[in-house]
Structure formats: structure tokens, C-alpha cells
Design a protein around this ligand. Structure first.
Ligand SMILES: [Zn+2]
Length: 424
């Protein structure tokens, strides 16, 4: 039996080994279905075999390691899924995604070493495509596992014109067997994922672990503001219809509304703006800016959007411009199941740590897995909240605690399944 520190040291060594599989030159870049993805997937498969799992690849390239129930009961035909992704962004860190896969493998090794009685099986999944960097799609491999991938998703092309379907064949996958990658809902107990927080909340709270309450829903808009161009030297201030000044007021309103949604971890961002005609001596006539808004539940996010629409119109009327909002993306909130939050929270308390719950502002494979089964997530503190960056870092001690918490959460679910006589 390993201590949390020993588990963390082992996790760090495995992550260092995985980080060597890169398509990049001197940096970690591992895109879906690339040679580096193949090499990393093969290494993960060999680790899974080493701890005694039955290993296979599904049609989309997800590595699956299967553990049979160690104490089969009425719940024995169901499977607990534990996973994360092994693809990365360009010039990535070594923890995002990979930590969840490594944690799953180490947890299994310990569960077997400790002779934990499992009335259900466990499948560890190493998804290949979460980040959506190579192809204009995200969560392809977890969507296939959840049974929600559309055949047309395989027609996506990367920047070099390579079709996903062909890249999959080159990898060794089978685009015609996509439906076979899906689990049946009735055979699935839940999906658990350990992931670095990718934000600064746990570090600020001085806590190594956090229980995720939901994966934030998000809405994205193009906001178009139409005013009137005019000579910067001749049109008096009172007679202007300045689309950019109006947009500036709208942006401050966005900040105000998002700050008021603090209790729902609301965040809103204007990340891009274009003003026309874009000359130093011309009053801006037309502005288009983006709005990205997220919260821990759908209702407060939708209410904030309605409030913004109302206040944008008031600003537009006051300033003699017009405004329209064009939604181009929406993703509903993925709630984490209360029973799985309790399992992780109990595990965190067992470790003598304070319990902290927080929503995930970033998307995760759990968003796709929610179509199949209940989702539970555990966050691990990362230094400075930095991720998608080579500076991404989690300590050995924090990672060890995360693996131990995952083991304890599985033990709790096993005990629940035994005491209820089933797994439901
Ligand atoms: Zn990730």
C-alpha cells in the first residue's frame, strides 16, 4: 500500500514520461490521432496492462482498461468509468487531462493491492480528443463513448485538409464502428474524473482539492452596434452616434452584471472587438464585439443575458445607435450528481482536508459523458491557476492526495452499492 506522497511521486514520474510524447519541436503538443497521440496511447495501454486491466482501443482511439468486479453482486454487470484525455493544446502543460488518466490507473493498482471489494467493474478511459485543437470539434472521443457522436462529425477537416475519418484509419481506429464505442446507460454506474483546476480558486483558499458542483454552461454572442460615421473634428459631441463609445458603455455593463452574479460564479468576457471604419479621425459607425458568459447553472446565466439585452437597448436608445445580439454558441450546464459530490466530499474529509465546492468554468469530457451517466469531478490545485501553458504545475503532494481521494470515493460508492443491494 502506497502513501499519498508515494502515489504523487509515481504520478509525477508517469506524467514526465507522457510529456515526452510530442508532435512539437521542444514543446508539448499532442494533437488527436497524431503519431505522438498514438505513442502516448500505447504507453497508457501498457501501464493499464501492468496493473492487471484488460486493455483495448475503441473505434475513436480511446484507450480502455477494464477491471472486473472483485466481489460481483447484483451490481456486477455495471461499470464505473474513470477517465480524462491525453490530447493537449499547442505548447501545453503536462497535467491537463493526463493527470486524470494516471490517477485512474494508480487508483486501480491500489484498489487491487488493498483488496477493496468491488461489486461493480471499473473501466479506465484515456480519451483522445477533448481540446478541439486539430479538428473544428471538441469531445469527439467522449461523445462516442456517450453515444452522442454524429456520423457527420467524422467529416471534419484539420488545417491541412485531412479528414477526421482518414486520420482515424491511419491511427488504427475504425470510423465505421463509431456506434460500437458507445456504452449502454444501464451498464454504466457513473463517470468520475480527476483534473487540475485550471483556475486560481483552490490556491487562493489554500486547499489541495475541490469538489466540482457543475461544469459551467456558456453562451457566446456577436454583439453588433450600428451608429453613424462622421468627421472627428466637425461633429459636436451632443450630435454624435458613436458606435464604439456605446459599445464601451455596454462592456462596462457586462462587467457589472457578471459581478452581480458572483454567487453563481458568473464570468463574462469581451474577447474580440472590431470597429469600422477604423480611422483615427472618423467617428466609429459600426462595432462588432464578442460576449462569452458562463455560470454554474443555466437559470442565472439566461437571466443575466436577458438583463444585458434590456440594458443594451437602453444604452442604444440613449446614444442614438442600434444593437443586435446574435448567439453563435450555447452549451448547457452539466450538473455533477449530488451522490458523486458526496462521495468525493467524504473522501476529502477522510483525508483531513477542508471541503470546498466549486463550479468548473472550463469544459471537460464530463460534459459529453453527462449524456450517458452521472458525472463527478475532483479538482486539484494548480500553481497560479495557470494551464494550457508549459508553466502548468501541480505538486506531488496534491496529486497524491487526489489519487487517494479517488480511491476513497470508489470505496464509498462500493459500500453504497453493497448496502443498497444494487448500484442504482
Ligand atoms: Zn482537460
Amino acid at each position: 500500500m502506497r502513501t499519498p506522497t508515494q502515489l504523487g511521486i509515481r504520478a509525477e514520474a508517469m506524467l514526465a514520461e507522457l510529456a515526452a510524447f510530442t508532435d512539437g519541436d521542444g514543446n508539448l503538443t499532442r494533437l488527436y490521432l497524431s503519431p505522438a497521440h498514438r505513442a502516448a496511447a500505447d504507453r497508457v495501454a501498457s501501464w493499464m496492462r501492468d496493473v492487471g486491466l484488460d486493455v483495448g482501443f475503441d473505434a475513436l482511439g480511446t484507450v480502455r482498461g477494464r477491471l472486473k468486479p472483485t466481489a460481483p453482486g447484483r451490481a456486477g454487470n455495471r461499470r464505473l468509468l474513470i477517465g480524462s484525455h491525453i490530447d493537449t493544446v499547442v505548447n501545453a502543460g503536462r497535467y491537463d487531462g493526463m493527470l486524470g488518466v494516471v490517477a485512474g490507473i494508480l487508483a486501480i493498482e491500489e484498489i487491487l493491492a488493498r483488496h477493496v471489494e468491488l461489486p461493480f467493474g471499473i473501466d479506465v478511459l484515456a480519451f483522445g480528443e477533448e481540446e478541439g485543437v486539430r479538428f473544428p470539434s471538441t469531445l469527439v472521443s467522449s461523445s462516442a463513448v456517450a453515444g452522442s457522436l454524429l456520423p457527420s462529425d467524422l467529416d471534419a477537416r484539420d488545417a491541412d485538409g485531412v479528414v477526421l475519418r482518414d486520420a482515424l484509419i491511419a491511427f488504427g481506429g475504425n470510423p465505421d464502428a463509431v456506434t460500437s464505442a458507445a456504452y449502454a446507460a444501464e451498464e454504466t454506474l457513473a463517470y468520475l474524473e480527476v483534473h487540475i483546476e485550471q483556475g486560481p480558486v483552490l490556491e487562493a483558499a489554500g486547499l489541495p482539492l475541490g469538489v466540482v458542483t457543475s461544469i459551467a454552461g456558456q453562451s457566446r454572442f456577436f454583439v453588433s452596434v450600428m451608429g453613424e460615421a462622421g468627421h472627428a473634428g466637425t461633429v459636436p459631441m451632443a450630435l454624435r452616434r458613436d458606435a464604439l463609445a456605446a459599445s464601451a458603455e455596454m462592456m462596462l455593463t457586462i462587467e457589472e452584471v457578471a459581478r452581480a452574479g458572483y454567487a453563481h460564479q458568473m464570468v463574462a468576457t469581451v474577447g474580440r472587438l472590431a470597429a469600422k471604419p477604423g480611422a483615427v479621425n472618423v467617428i466609429p459607425a459600426e462595432v462588432v464585439f464578442t460576449l462569452d458568459i458562463r455560470a454554474d447553472a443555466d437559470a442565472p446565466r439566461l437571466a443575466a443575458i436577458a438583463e444585458l439585452e434590456k440594458r443594451f437597448q437602453a444604452i442604444a436608445i440613449k446614444r442614438g445607435v442600434s444593437v443586435t445580439l446574435d448567439k453563435f454558441y450555447e452549451s448547457p450546464t452539466t450538473p455533477c450528481a449530488p451522490r458523486l459530490q458526496e462521495a468525493f466530499a467524504g473522501a476529502v474529509l477522510d483525508l483531513g482536508l477542508a471541503e470546498r465546492r466549486l463550479a468548473s468554468g472550463a469544459g471537460h469530457d464530463g460534459h459529453a459523458m453527462h449524456h450517458l451517466t452521472d458525472v463527478g469531478m475532483l479538482f486539484v490545485r494548480c500553481r497560479g491557476g495557470i494551464s494550457h501553458n508549459p508553466a502548468e504545475f501541480a505538486t506531488v503532494d496534491d496529486m497524491g492526495l487526489a489519487v487517494e481521494a479517488l480511491i476513497k470515493a470508489v470505496e464509498r460508492l462500493a459500500a453504497d452499492a453493497v448496502s443498497s443491494g444494487d448500484s442504482t
